[in-house]
Design a protein around this ligand. Structure first.
Ligand code: 1HN
Length: 359
């Protein structure tokens, strides 16, 4: 729960009261400007808002509109030429930034049967949330994993990754990347692998066997900040939510909501990105809450609506919507519904910034 003390009445006048601008002051500011100097008292309110005022706005993308546009893109450019044939979900308040929130990118990617998205690695961490796939795979660090709808798949920072579709229908997934954070620090690098596909070094399922069955290799010590499991299969996550919904009461805001975990640490799966799965039983009427991590949601099952600030988003399977930082959100389900979501919560928590307020 966040600390309300900053909301207390300001005893010494409005913290945002801006000093008067007089002719001598204006003249002084103009002379400062020529020397690359600026009077901070003129901009204090913008630099230190009383509470977050994100440029990011609430937005919804309907899958019924996204899918045909992705297929149209496939008629114009191959996955090979594009490297990644992705339509970015550009936040309307951040146009031109290729960002869905201040800190995160989201997009929808398409691979046609037989296509390969060539191998590369970058500092940015990535996640995939699978929407449609029968026989597509992602390869990470020498191991392939088959993508099934609803699977949550990781690409750790600086690991080679490529995708391929060996099925006979289009494969489509939601990508989430943290490159706005990486680029904020000017810490980005990218490198191509010399071939389109990296060599397969281990059998499929190796990572799950080693790290994803409540066992760990003997005296295992984490070598990376990212979870050693790189596919969290939907079938298991869905089953867990279903079971716990029969044994407990829903959270008044979040319904039955779980976070994906790094089995080696119990922490978040990636250092910058958290991901969640929530079950909202039919008829669920959630109370509003808000948090400082702007969050991307994708409906995986059912339908319902979310009040996000002043907007009401009606969503059904595969629709994607974004909730900006500190914007109240309340979910309702008109049929049993499952929402996947991701945010920059681990980064904010590591730095001590994160706040949540259950309204
Ligand atoms: C990227 O590497 C992938 O690996 C997807 O599939 C989307 C968007 C911007 C920059 C790199 C991928 C991306 C991306």
């Amino acid at each position: 729960m966040y600390n309300r003390s900053h909301r207390m009445k300001e005893p010494r006048g409005d913290i945002h009261a801006r000093p008067e601008t007089s002719a001598p002051r204006r003249d002084f500011y103009a002379r400062l400007d020529k020397k690359n100097l600026a009077p901070v008292w003129e901009v204090l309110g913008d630099l230190f808002p009383v509470e977050p005022h994100p440029s990011c706005v609430p937005a919804l993308w309907k899958y019924s509109e996204l899918r045909p546009l992705l297929l149209e893109a496939a008629g114009l450019i191959t996955a090979e030429e594009a490297q990644r044939r992705v339509l970015a979900l550009d936040n309307p308040g951040l146009r031109g930034c290729t960002q869905i929130t201040q800190s995160l990118y989201a997009g929808v990617q398409l691979l046609l049967p037989g296509e390969i998205a060539p191998s590369h690695r970058h500092v940015s961490s990535a996640l995939r949330f699978v929407i449609e796939s029968k026989g597509a795979y992602t390869a990470v660090n020498g191991e392939r994993t088959t993508m099934h709808p609803g699977d949550f798949i990781l690409t750790p920072s600086w690991t080679f990754h490529d995708h391929g579709n060996e099925g006979d229908s289009p494969a489509i997934w939601l990508d989430g990347l943290d490159f706005p954070i990486v680029n904020f620090f000017d810490a980005g690098f990218i490198e191509r692998y010399p071939e389109a596909s990296q060599p397969v070094m281990r059998r499929e399922g190796d990572a799950v066997a080693r790290y994803g069955t409540n066992l760990l290799p003997l005296e295992y010590e984490a070598e990376s900040l990212t979870s050693p499991i790189f596919n969290y299969p939907y079938a298991r996550s869905r089953e867990a939510l279903h079971l716990l919904s029969r044994n407990s009461a829903p959270h008044p805001c979040h319904g039955f909501k779980m976070q994906y975990a790094n089995p080696a640490t119990g922490g978040y799966p990636m250092p910058t990105i958290a991901a969640f799965l929530q079950f909202l039983p039919s008829g669920f009427l959630g109370a509003a809450s808000r948090s400082t991590d702007g969050t991307v949601f994708c409906c995986t099952e059912g339908h319902g609506r979310s009040r996000v600030g002043a907007s009401v988003f009606e969503w059904t399977e595969h629709d994607i919507f974004v909730v900006p930082s500190w914007c109240p959100v309340a979910h309702e389900a008109s049929a049993d519904a499952v929402l996947f979501s991701f945010s920059d919560r681990p980064a904010q928590k590591a730095l001590g910034f994160w706040r949540e307020h259950l309204v």
